[in-house]
Design a binder for this molecule. Structure first.
Ligand code: SAH
Length: 329
């Protein structure tokens, strides 16, 4: 986009997966974005839920147009896909934590070669802005407690597109093998005889801390780091994590998907013997313009960060007291 959109009211008249790419770019450029469309893809719905765009769930009207500085119109139909030739391929691409600059060169090359791109909620959508116009973008975002596509359906979609001879990229947030169910998608492709490869990505488990100036290791503070999922609280029957052992591990603890369970996790760590004044930080929307950092201790952080929305990474350990640059936004 050549015009400066920062601070301008931009009306987008389509909410499909391809329009979501433009919407994400506009938001990142600081535009005040309104989407007027009766239905929107999960990615747009998610941006609306997070208060980053206004969604008017109806057709565009004259008042909307009059109120806008700029209008972006969507496509009215999907372009035809290439006819099947031989079996295609699937490439799982780790898109990094959100900043399009943190997509790898190999990831970008894979995107440039794609006929179909299947995206995730946390995939860096603005990286798709340079796709050829005929590339089909399929949004299978799994929004927490929102619209979602079951994993089996995603696996089938990848296999079906590849069997139709297409070059498929599955773009995922962070690294595909860190809580990304990437290995299930690889297994599904292998079982179907579809050639599949993985392009690793910059994981938020390390990058979110770094974006807040926090090193996950530091010679005098932490000789290692442990990454866990916080999606199940300590003591949940399906949880396999020994939080008391983590409290004694002496490593930096990095928790993904732990916003909702943060209080329970911190309590379990302190009960397990972690000093109550151990530094802790929460980094939300890391590497994106909306990044927010909240700092505290393991005994205060759940309270301090009570209003933080996912996606966020929690860092607990002496290193969380380093890199004071990004104090609470
Ligand atoms: N495969 C991803 C993780 C998927 S699980 C990776 O390697 O990064 C989703 C979780 O990742 C979120 O709940 C959040 O804890 C974390 N996450 C992903 N992107 C993030 C971001 N930009 N800022 C903060 N946390 C993020």
């Amino acid at each position: 986009m050549d015009v400066t959109v920062s601070g301008r009211r931009v009306l987008v008249t389509s909410g499909d997966a391809r329009a979501a790419v433009e919407v994400a770019r506009l938001v990142e450029s600081g535009a005040d974005v309104t989407v007027a469309a009766p239905e929107v893809s999960a990615a747009v719905q998610d941006l609306a839920d997070r208060g980053l765009v206004h969604w008017l769930p109806r057709a565009v009207d004259l008042d909307d147009l009059a109120a806008a500085d700029l209008v972006v119109t969507g496509r009215t139909h999907e372009p035809p896909l290439p006819a099947p030739t031989v079996v295609g391929t699937v490439t799982l691409v780790g898109g990094g934590p959100g900043d399009p600059g943190l997509l790898t060169v190999a990831g970008r090359e894979a995107l440039e070669a794609a006929d179909v791109v299947v995206t995730d909620r946390l995939a860096p959508l603005s990286s798709l802005a340079t796709l050829r116009p005929e590339v089909q973008v399929v949004d299978v975002a799994k929004v927490p407690r929102g619209p979602s596509t079951p994993q089996d359906a995603i696996n089938d979609l990848l296999v079906q597109h590849a069997r139709a001879g297409r070059t498929v990229v599955r773009l995922k947030g962070g690294d595909p093998f860190v809580f990304g169910r990437g290995s299930e998608e690889v297994a599904a492709c292998e079982a179907a005889g579809v050639p599949v490869r993985v392009v690793p990505g910059v994981t938020s488990a390390v990058a979110a801390a770094a974006a807040a100036g926090i090193p996950v290791t530091h010679r005098t503070a932490a000789q290692g780091f442990t990454v866990v999922s916080g999606h199940l609280p300590p003591g949940h029957p399906d949880s396999t994590i020994d939080f008391a052992a983590l409290a004694r591990s002496g490593t930096t603890l990095v928790v993904l998907m732990g916003v909702r369970t943060l209080g329970a996790i911190c309590d379990a760590l302190v009960e397990g013997g972690l000093a109550a004044d151990t530094p802790a930080a929460v980094v939300a929307d890391a590497t994106l313009p909306s990044q927010r950092v909240v700092r505290g201790s393991v005994s205060t952080i759940a309270h301090d960060a009570a209003d933080v929305l996912p996606p966020a990474v929690v860092v607990i350990g002496a290193v969380a007291g380093l890199g004071g640059g990004g104090t609470a936004a």
